[in-house]
Write a protein that binds this ligand. Structure first.
Ligand SMILES: [Zn+2]
Ligand SMILES: [Zn+2]
Length: 253
């Protein structure tokens, strides 16, 4: 490299220093760190240790999944990275409520790793759509940001635009689990349903709560002839937390 090129690079770095702080706690990171997370935050992420092979929620070793006992899911399998707790909750909060959209880079990478570690593969990717009024208000759909981030590695065909949300239905946050499933059933529709025939599809969202939303989308995809439907989220709400009536409505759809 010529002297002036080196000098130019150094000047660029001086005036436009690369972002080398942890995306979660803002502490300084080693310049070479490309994962955007410090060791302390990584050690505090509540990674799901023993996931249910169907819904992905963490279950006690040797016991059956209470969530799957009480519900019928239309997807083949759901995978999540972390329990919706502690700094994982804070990360979602940043991504969703504070427009810290760069968080998707960090979370999408972990989602990709979780999908590969679960020995799954797909040919198509979609994200949970957001109603256009809500998207206008927030300015972006965080599920779409997560899709873009993990699809940098997965490299699947993105057919998200063929799934749309019907006119505004009641906000899910005010509903109990049974009602959530009832409302979600008619909430989404496909345009160009033939595109999904014989496809293996992964649905992307930020948080898996009861699974009502993703199961409803999986149902219409299966009806359109999809071969397999998987769900991939960053976080999953533990069943006992989800049952608490005071569960963070703030974050739920
Ligand atoms: Zn940190
Ligand atoms: Zn389960």
């Amino acid at each position: 490299m010529k002297f002036f090129d080196v000098l130019k690079d150094e000047l660029v770095e001086f005036f436009f220093p690369p972002n080398v702080s942890c995306y979660i706690c803002d502490d300084d990171l080693d310049k070479k760190c490309k994962t955007h997370i410090c060791d302390k935050c990584k050690s505090e992420l509540p990674f799901i240790q023993n996931p249910c092979k169907k819904c992905g929620k963490g279950v006690e070793l040797g016991s059956s999944c209470q969530s799957c006992i009480s519900r019928k899911y239309y997807f083949d399998r759901a995978v999540a990275v972390v329990d919706f707790d502690g700094i994982a909750k804070f990360s979602i909060y940043k991504l969703k409520m504070h427009s810290h959209r760069y968080m998707a880079d960090l979370m999408g990478y972990y989602m990709y790793c979780a999908f590969i570690n679960a020995n799954l593969s797909a040919d198509t990717i979609v994200c949970v759509p957001m109603h256009k009024n809500k998207q206008r208000k927030r300015g972006y759909n965080q599920a779409r940001d997560l899709l873009k981030s993990c699809n940098k590695y997965l490299k699947l065909e993105d057919l998200s635009k063929f799934i749309v949300q019907n006119e505004l239905s009641p906000a899910q946050k005010d509903l109990n689990a049974r009602d959530r499933f009832a409302v979600a059933k008619d909430k989404y529709k496909l345009i160009g349903a033939t595109k999904f025939r014989d496809r293996t599809i992964v649905i992307i969202d930020d948080v898996f709560t009861t699974g009502a939303t993703t199961s409803a989308i999986a149902q219409i995809l299966k009806y359109a002839g999809a071969k397999k439907v998987y769900v991939l989220t960053f976080a999953s709400v533990p069943y006992d937390v989800e049952k608490q009536s005071a569960f963070d409505e703030f974050f739920a759809y």
